[in-house]
Design a binder for this molecule. Structure first.
Ligand SMILES: Nc1nc2c(c(=O)[nH]1)N[C@H]1C(S)=C(S)[C@@H](COP(=O)(O)OP(=O)(O)OC[C@H]3O[C@@H](n4cnc5c(=O)[nH]c(N)nc54)[C@H](O)[C@@H]3O)O[C@H]1N2
Ligand SMILES: Nc1nc2c(c(=O)[nH]1)N[C@H]1C(S)=C(S)[C@@H](COP(=O)(O)OP(=O)(O)OC[C@H]3O[C@@H](n4cnc5c(=O)[nH]c(N)nc54)[C@H](O)[C@@H]3O)O[C@H]1N2
Ligand code: SF4
Ligand SMILES: [Mo]
Length: 717
């Protein structure tokens, strides 16, 4: 009777679920019963994380009161008034001392649209700081930059997921949905049965294994060489006359410069750089070009989280354009968005250079429009801030942020070079963290504020298809928790901020819709009533529209001339251009002798920094340890046995893990999950020195490490 229809708290698939707090099972377990609900994206399925998500609602280590660090360094529970007075006071002091940019905000792609929007507004209007960015910078920024540059708009999947149900050929680049979005795999079934699943991954991942039967193709390049692989696929398509010339003529610009840019990349040259056999590459290209309708190109973090991630994502779009896929019925290009609200979270102003509706903060017309909605003078809005890596590396320094509010991220585990991040957090004058649990980041805070969880709040989320969904409250939050909209309203009052900061999510959504009007991500026609009625609200959904836009780009691309751009991109290794000439066709070794390439990623059972899933008993039980996936031949050469303790060392630091020998990985590559804390943290090894020049994405997927067996005693907690 009292069941609530909502969506999973975790990833961007946003599987539909029903929560029942009153069933017999709920009474027995002490938290709501979770049931999967029929919905197009999940087809009634869910993964283990979704099934166990409600366990955290009643978790004993939930934060239930504001915690202020006392002079003795110990957290003490304080009242909300004390906490907010202090927070507002610290903001004021830091801005008085260091200027407006002395205060910064770090948001997250898991926040509802309302919270993400209000956070961006709070930064620009209440604090007037430019220093705001968020963890989506580590996630979707390369794919977003590429889509904006090539297609003029960034909606992760520009078509409904269910369009894939009819696909006969799907190229999946650096994406492992069998572990990262298990119910999504049902949409690949048709392609799989037709021998058309092509997976590009240096590991024989759970997804790559799906190509084993039915004649699919697994291409296993060395990490970070995907750009070359894509140039090679484009070369074959052009050389063999398989490009869709009519489409290129009608819908794109730049084809001639593009042709020149790939001309040297014969499959044999590509093989030298990537290790992918030339014939397999040709086979993949021919399969992709077989029939336009039913063919899709999709990317994931494996190709995007690199210093050349934007160019690699661009190369994937270029290939799709050559084949005539984007915006053509029954075919397309897309990227699989990651976090629960990774799509909506990148549209409404958490990003350093952005205003709501996917507008640019440097565009005078956008500033005027949004300032009008906010009731402030456009002159008062700050300019563009700095991206996450820069923001985090300058914490506590001259000219850097001195007082930081982290809301929806666990940077001590999820950000690159965690030792440097930790030093930065310690150098701050004041750190506030809002979270559900005392995360590794919150442990460094001066003030920790407890917020409600997904099933305790109302709001909206935008899933990986750009479809806006309702998140609904099924149970009350713990008495001491307060949601961020209320927190921002209280702070705005204390800071005497202009404009309105409503604590009511429905009011905030209505304002967001107005602020987004006329922007790329236009929500102005979406009302909560339509969302509650279960309508499929895909953006752009301008006021007056009755359907929104399930498929963008059908008639035109987002650029003013309506055409897509073929953007020529060049292959680089470690910052140096790769020479495709036959004489120099070996790629410069990325790393010195004795080093292995470290790539990082995910386990099915854990979510991101693990702050949530490491607390779920059955998930922790299934994956209690970080395991280094290493090829048996490599392990043998290093004297490493299966299950042995190992230490990884990079230029940045060291981390420990247990070895898992597996022939599913290239001998030159090792894989580590990034879900673990302390000395297991993979990001202790990841550098923040080099970032993608366009997106500021760090290199998460191709680092240089040495590995050695260690005495189990050395593997301390
Ligand atoms: N279980 C689980 N699911 C999740 C999440 C989670 O933490 N846990 N997080 C969510 C989020 S935020 C995101 S962004 C998505 C991410 O979803 P995915 O993109 O699927 O996740 P990853 O495991 O990071 O990377 C995918 C694959 O890329 C491969 N790879 C590594 N380096 C390279 C390379 O250089 N080239 C190529 N071609 N492949 C490479 C890895 O071996 C891995 O199998 O997952 C979402 N879903
Ligand atoms: N080495 C390596 N590093 C990576 C990646 C990789 O592949 N390899 N992937 C990157 C990617 S794709 C991503 S998305 C990032 C994620 O990086 P993180 O930001 O570290 O990810 P989460 O663990 O999701 O952190 C979210 C935090 O917010 C809390 N939280 C949840 N809901 C709410 C809410 O409503 N309000 C508030 N205030 N807090 C909430 C959670 O408890 C958690 O502590 O990691 C990146 N880091
Ligand atoms: S696939 Fe994603 S949305 Fe679906 S149940 Fe798993 S974590 Fe939740
Ligand atoms: Mo992500």
């Amino acid at each position: 009777m009292s069941t609530t229809a909502t969506h999973c708290p975790y990833c961007a698939l946003q599987c539909a679920m029903t929560l029942d707090p009153d069933s017999a099972a709920a009474a027995a377990q002490g938290f709501p019963e979770v049931r999967a609900r029929q919905f197009p994206v999940n087809g009634g399925g869910m993964c283990r994380k979704g099934w166990t998500s409600a366990e955290l609602l009643a978790h004993p280590s939930r934060l239930t009161a504001p915690l202020l660090r006392g002079p003795d360094g110990v957290f003490q529970e304080v009242s909300w008034d004390t906490a907010l007075d202090r927070m507002a006071g610290e903001f004021r002091t830091a801005q008085h001392r260091y200027g407006r940019d002395g205060v910064g905000i770090f948001g997250g792609g898991g926040l509802t649209n309302e919270k993400a929007y209000q956070l961006g507004k709070f930064a620009r209007v209440a604090l007037r700081t430019s220093r705001i960015d968020y963890n989506g910078r580590f996630c979707m920024s390369s794919a977003a930059a590429a889509a904006n540059r090539s297609l003029g708009a960034d909606r992760g999947l520009p078509f409904p997921v269910t369009d894939l149900d009819d696909a006969h050929t799907v190229l999946l680049l650096g994406s492992n949905p069998a572990e990262t979005m298990p119910p999504f795999v049902q949409h690949l079934q048709h392609a799989r049965e037709h021998g058309g699943l092509i997976v590009v991954d240096p590991r024989r991942s759970a997804t790559a294994r799906m190509t084993d039967d039915d004649g699919g193709i697994h291409l296993q390049p060395t990490p970070g060489s995907d750009l070359v692989l894509l140039l090679g696929l484009a070369h074959v398509v052009l050389h063999e006359g398989l490009a869709d010339l009519e489409y290129l003529e009608r819908r794109t610009t730049g084809v001639e410069a593009f042709r020149t840019s790939v001309s040297a990349w014969w499959p044999e040259q590509v093989e030298q750089v990537t290790g992918v056999p030339a014939e397999r590459l040709r086979r993949a290209a021919r399969r992709l070009a077989r029939e336009r309708r039913g063919t899709y190109v999709l990317t994931g973090r494996g190709v995007e989280q690199h210093v050349d991630g934007t160019d690699t994502a661009t190369a994937a779009i270029n290939l799709a354009l050559l084949l005539g896929l984007p915006g053509a019925p029954g075919s397309g290009w897309g990227t699989l968005t990651g976090q629960g609200n990774g799509q909506g979270g990148r549209e409404h102003g958490q990003k350093a250079d952005q205003l709501p509706g996917y507008r640019s903060i440097t565009d005078p017309a956008a500033r005027a429009h949004v300032a009008g909605v906010w009731g402030v003078d456009p002159e008062e809005l700050p300019g563009a801030g700095i991206p996450a890596v820069e923001l985090l590396t300058a914490l506590g320094t001259e000219g850097g942020v001195r007082c930081l509010w982290v809301n929806g991220s666990n940077v001590v585990v999820g950000a690159p070079d965690t030792a440097a991040v930790t030093r930065g957090l310690q150098a701050l004058d004041f750190l506030v963290v809002c979270d559900l649990f005392l995360s590794e980041t919150a442990e460094y805070a001066d003030l920790v504020l407890p917020v409600p969880q997904w099933a305790e709040e109302e709001g909206t989320m935008t899933n990986l298809e750009g479809r806006v969904l309702r998140r609904r409250r099924a149970v009350d939050p713990p008495p001491g928790a307060r949601d961020e909209l209320w927190i921002m309203a209280e702070l705005a009052r204390r800071l005497e901020a202009p404009g309105i900061f409503s604590p009511d999510p429905q009011e905030v959504f209505a304002e967001l819709a107005r602020a987004s009007a006329g922007g790329t991500a236009d929500y102005s026609g979406i009302g909560w009533a339509a969302l509650d009625a279960g309508e499929a609200c895909y953006w752009p959904y301008p006021a007056g529209s009755s359907t929104g836009t399930p498929r963008v780009f059908l008639d035109r691309f987002g650029h003013p001339d309506g055409r897509a751009r073929l953007v020529p991109v060049r292959a680089r290794a470690a910052g140096r251009a790769v020479d495709p000439s036959p004489r120099a066709h070996r790629r410069e070794p990325l790393h010195g002798p004795g080093t292995l390439t470290l790539t990082t990623g995910r386990y099915l059972e854990h979510y991101q920094s693990g702050n949530q899933t490491r607390r779920v008993a059955s998930l922790h039980g299934a994956r209690p340890e970080s395991r280094l996936q290493i090829h048996p031949a490599t392990a043998a050469a290093l004297g490493i046995r299966d299950g042995a303790a190992v230490e990884l060392t990079s230029a940045r630091g060291r981390a420990v893990a247990l070895a898992r020998l597996s022939t599913d990985i290239r001998p030159d590559t090792v894989f580590l999950p990034f879900h673990y804390a302390g000395d297991r943290t993979a990001n202790r090894l990841v550098s923040s020195d080099a970032v993608d020049p366009v997106s500021s994405m760090p290199e998460f997927k191709a680092g240089a490490v040495t590995v050695r067996a260690i005495d189990p005693e050395e593997r301390t907690r």
